[in-house]
Design a protein around this ligand. Structure first.
Ligand code: F6P
Length: 534
């Protein structure tokens, strides 16, 4: 296990961020450009000695060996006995990747080719519904079978020239009902996306949509496709094998957007743009695998995160894309990071002697500025921020708005760093006519502590390739953090208990079983909801 004490001691005496810039080389030395990306981590309290200690964690935790074990298909997901090979889905090399004695690449390439042929037939109108060419696609899935496609379809909207895409995830009847209102059942393709094909929300929603379609279409199964690694279950649901796209158990749900789970993305933007997305991910893979640690984007992003969470003790981290099309990226990253690194024990099953991963949350700027940034600037908790910003808009005639967006993004990281001291606040309050004790009181409200850390990821424009880079960057960041913390980033036992209890409570809620054995709070809630819903 890692001992964070040395880092905590350094964090406790670190010079303020503004003072770190006494080092004239800091902006250059604490930033990295790679393949069109600029990652700036100079607005943190990390200095060179601290960075050296952070980099040393990679050796202590054998991250290079663990990284190689992942890329070469070793069963590093030890609690599920599985390899972790989402990287194979975007692998562009000709060579094999062997899992359990078999090359997984041939199956991956074959499935990608089948997806492309299917997507092309939907997009060119040769695959039709009962009423003609497909106008709408409904992806039914939840968690990793939803968040990736939702995030990517929105992110790549300038490239969207295929059918409209809708997403149904929640068991809440309002979710499916709102989507069905907008679709013509005779011209809708339904994709049931579930790795296990057992997830109650997805199967229930799929049955609801099949019933809705059956009211207007003689053979609804003809307008269904499935994505799963359990082909027996998709067959049992009635979806013909030629419209089932499988993937191996070595791809975790939250890492699956690169394969068949990304079919809705491919239908939206077309196979060529989907391949560009894969290429961006693959390029980040080879960078992660080969760049020296001090020039390695995912490693540095992870180490900065660990500095803030485990050296400084900041419990959360805000992801703030100044790119409205990345509006669902924070939600996507919440699953990626919190389902991966929210664990209580190490690989050895022993309780962690430190915290697991940080809480991740966020919203796009500038909207967040008018909502929760107040707390980030003046609240008593420090929240490290991760800003993202493009140089160029997809709308050349609106570049002046992009420039305003950029100015806002840069202004936020600058304001967080430098703050505003009491003297400056007093001058401002004085211009408003305050004097004496009232001047002091008014000035106090206008003080910004400053010294609030942030990093910025800048890129030219949000293309499919850049999106692939960003998503793979965060995947590997999670990997590095998990490897250093000594946890299994690839299982998710923490979601099981709630699922089991929901199954047990269903008959209590629908009245076919008594609430008698439940705790008093649950009994009272059931009582209220049953009488209010009657
Ligand atoms: O809730 C846990 C989880 O297993 C996630 O890890 C996964 O992404 C999601 O449920 C959906 O699972 P499936 O794709 O098997 O329906």
């Amino acid at each position: 296990m890692i001992d964070f004490k040395q880092l905590q001691d350094r964090a406790a005496v670190a010079k303020p961020i503004v003072a770190q810039f006494d080092d004239a080389a800091r902006a250059a030395d604490f930033s990295l450009t790679h393949d069109g990306l600029l990652f700036d981590y100079s607005k943190t309290t990390i200095d060179r000695p601290s960075r050296d200690i952070l980099l040393g964690l990679l050796d202590t935790a054998s991250v290079a060996q663990k990284r190689e074990a992942m890329f070469t298909g070793q069963p590093i997901n030890e609690t599920e006995g599985r390899a972790v090979l989402h990287t194979a889905l975007r692998n562009m090399d000709a060579g094999p990747i062997i899992v359990d004695g078999e090359d997984v690449m041939s199956g991956i390439r074959e499935t990608l080719a089948r997806m492309e042929a299917f997507a092309a037939s939907v997009r060119d109108g040769s695959f039709t519904g009962a009423g003609g060419s497909i106008t709408d696609v409904i992806n039914i899935g939840i968690g990793g079978s939803d968040l990736g496609p939702v995030m990517a379809v929105r992110a790549l909207s300038p490239y969207h020239d295929g059918p409209r895409c809708h997403f149904v995830s929640n068991i809440d009847p309002g979710d499916v009902a709102e989507v069905l209102k907008r679709c013509d059942p005779t011209r809708t393709l339904v994709i049931v996306s579930s790795k296990t094909f057992t997830t109650i929300e997805t199967i229930t929603n799929a049955e609801t949509v099949r019933d809705w379609m059956a009211a207007s279409v003689a053979d609804p199964a003809a307008q269904f496709a499935a994505i799963s690694s359990d082909l027996d279950k998709t067959a049992a649901f009635g979806i013909p094998a030629d419209r089932v796209f499988g993937f191996g158990s070595y791809v975790g749900g939250r890492y699956s957007v690169w394969g068949p789970i990304g079919l809705s993305v491919m239908l939206a933007v077309g196979p060529a743009h989907f391949r560009a997305f894969l290429a961006g991910g693959a390029a980040m893979d080879s960078h992660f695998r080969s760049a020296p640690w001090d020039q390695n984007l995912p490693a540095l992003l992870a180490l900065v995160g660990l500095w803030h969470s485990h050296a400084c003790g900041y419990a959360t981290r805000a992801v703030l894309p100044y790119d409205n099309r990345l509006g669902r990226l924070p939600a996507y990253l919440q699953q990626l990071e919190m389902e991966s690194n929210g664990k209580g024990v190490g690989m050895d099953g022993i309780a962690l002697p430190y915290h697991s991963g940080a809480v991740v949350w966020g919203e796009p700027g500038t909207n967040g500025q008018h909502a929760f940034y107040q707390l980030i600037h003046q609240g008593t908790r420090v929240i490290p921020c991760e800003f993202m910003i493009a140089a160029r808009a997809h709308e050349p005639d609106l570049q002046h708005q992009q420039e305003l967006l950029i100015a806002n993004c840069l202004a936020q990281s600058k304001a967080l760093m430098q703050g505003r001291d009491l003297d400056a606040a007093r001058k401002i309050a004085a211009t408003k006519g305050f004097t004496g004790p009232e001047l002091d009181r008014q000035a106090a409200h206008r003080v910004f502590q400053g010294n609030r850390p942030s990093v910025t990821l800048a890129y030219e424009m949000l293309t499919p390739y850049v999106l692939g880079q960003i998503v793979a960057l965060y995947e590997h960041r999670v990997f590095v953090e998990g490897a250093i913390l000594g946890i299994n980033s690839f299982d998710q036992w923490g979601v099981e208990l709630g699922k089991e209890l929901a199954t047990q409570l269903q008959p209590v809620v629908d009245g076919t079983a008594t609430a008698a054995g439940q705790d008093a709070s649950t009994q009272a809630l059931v009582g209220f909801l049953r009488s209010a819903g009657a």
